[in-house]
Design a protein around this ligand. Structure first.
Ligand code: NAD
Ligand code: TDX
Length: 332
């Protein structure tokens, strides 16, 4: 049994990870989460109190972080400002949380010699052309496009520097786009599902040709546990499940799974600086650490995700009006 500190554990991927850890290990989990607009305490409802402690707080709060690091064996760092569209609107919180927050955790890891796993994104590599035969690997040069992805790239580089300069025992993973339960409805897939549930037409940015490489959040969790268990210190691992799909194909699949006509959506204003395509080559994680994804049928995983949003309207309903008002103000 290990004592884990999970930052951002009330967010989308962090809460999926906490559920995964409680179900599949005997670890004890402490969640540190600020409960920003993106965090939801209800995402951890039903988990056993003797295995989980929830602390509401900010990862930039150095005394609090110091206190929590003193009592754990390892830290998994999910907390971030995570939405590209928000970073185009107001970048400042992205600098505070993603850069200063990660720095604050690294200083505590250095002081207590704590094992740290840093969660990052494939967006640090920029984007690929639609017809590029290459995919991202651990050796692809960093080339982030948005305020969000540039702060994630900065946080990755801080981790690498603290490993090399101070011997911090850290690993990094860069994962592709996640889908599944507990994702904030500002994001592409749950926004469209909840639009259909509310009789609002789905909204596709630009032509919808952009490609994202989808992985179920539970597969991301199993990959992170594998890296925590077997990953080599100082290494970076890319996490992906060979799930490339155009946004247009995803919207049409959602509509057909929800018994609507495949053309019942609107094209809206494109995202500024919109990355064209992300694609992950996860050979290193699969061959060196033996990880495999469990969700290989995207349509099946998407149908289960649609069912989750249908059955858990109370989890998302209060955010819907404000989310759509934000997009409407930008013509999206
Ligand atoms: P999310 O926005 O759903 O959740 C972020 C969580 O962090 C929220 O619970 C929020 O309250 C918390 N948080 C924000 N600022 C904080 C602070 N200063 N102190 C403490 N807690 C704070 O994000 P997500 O989609 O679950 O992403 C989690 C991590 O995974 C991020 O680091 C993101 O970059 C990375 N990632 C996400 C994806 C994806 O597809 N969503 C893909 C690859 C990597
Ligand atoms: O309404 C929409 N219509 C639309 O066409 C929204 C919200 C998005 N899109 C497009 C933009 C992207 O091409 O769908 C794609 C996915 O958009 P997002 O869900 O905003 O994700 P993305 O920008 O790809 O970033 C996600 O994956 C990488 C996460 O939000 C990041 O945190 C992660 O690092």
């Amino acid at each position: 049994m290990a004592r884990l500190l999970v930052t951002g554990g009330a967010g989308f991927i962090g809460s999926n990870f906490v559920h995964h850890v409680i179900e599949n290990t005997d670890h004890h989990v402490t969640v540190l989460d600020k409960l920003t607009y993106a965090g939801n305490r209800a995402s951890l409802d039903g988990l056993p109190g003797e295995r989980l402690v929830f602390v509401r707080g900010d990862i930039t709060d150095a005394p609090l972080v110091d206190e929590l690091f003193a009592d754990v064996d390892a830290v998994v760092h999910y907390a971030a400002e995570s939405h590209n569209d928000n970073s185009l609107d107001n970048p400042r919180p992205f600098l505070d949380t993603n850069i200063v927050g990660t720095y604050t955790l690294l200083e505590a890891a250095r002081k207590y010699d704590t094992r740290l796993h840093h969660i990052s994104t494939d967006e640090v590599y920029g984007d690929l052309e639609l017809d590029d035969p290459e995919r991202f690997t651990e050796n692809t040069p960093y080339n982030p496009s948005s305020p969000y992805s540039s702060t994630k790239a900065g946080s990755d580089l801080l981790v690498r520097a603290w490993v090399r300069s101070f011997g911090v025992r850290a690993t990094i993973s860069n994962c592709s786009n996640n889908y599944g339960p507990y994702q904030h409805i500002e994001k592409f897939i749950p926004r469209q599902i909840t639009n259909v549930l509310r009789d609002i037409r789905p909204k596709l940015y630009g032509k919808g040709e952009n490609v994202r490489d989808w992985i179920h959040a539970d597969d991301h969790s199993s990959a992170v546990l594998t890296i925590l268990d077997k990953g080599a210190l100082g290494e970076t691992y890319l996490i992906g499940a060979d799930g490339e799909k155009s946004n247009k194909d995803v919207v049409e699949l959602i509509l057909s799974l929800m018994d609507r006509g495949a053309d019942e959506y609107d094209h809206v204003a494109d995202r500024a600086g919109h990355d064209m395509r992300y694609a992950i080559d996860s050979t290193k994680l699969r061959t060196e650490l033996g990880w495999q994804p469990r969700f290989r049928d995207f349509a099946g995983g998407l149908a289960a995700t649609i069912a989750w949003y249908r059955e858990n309207e109370s989890w998302w309903a209060s955010a819907k009006a404000a989310t759509e008002a934000f997009y409407a103000s930008k013509g999206q």
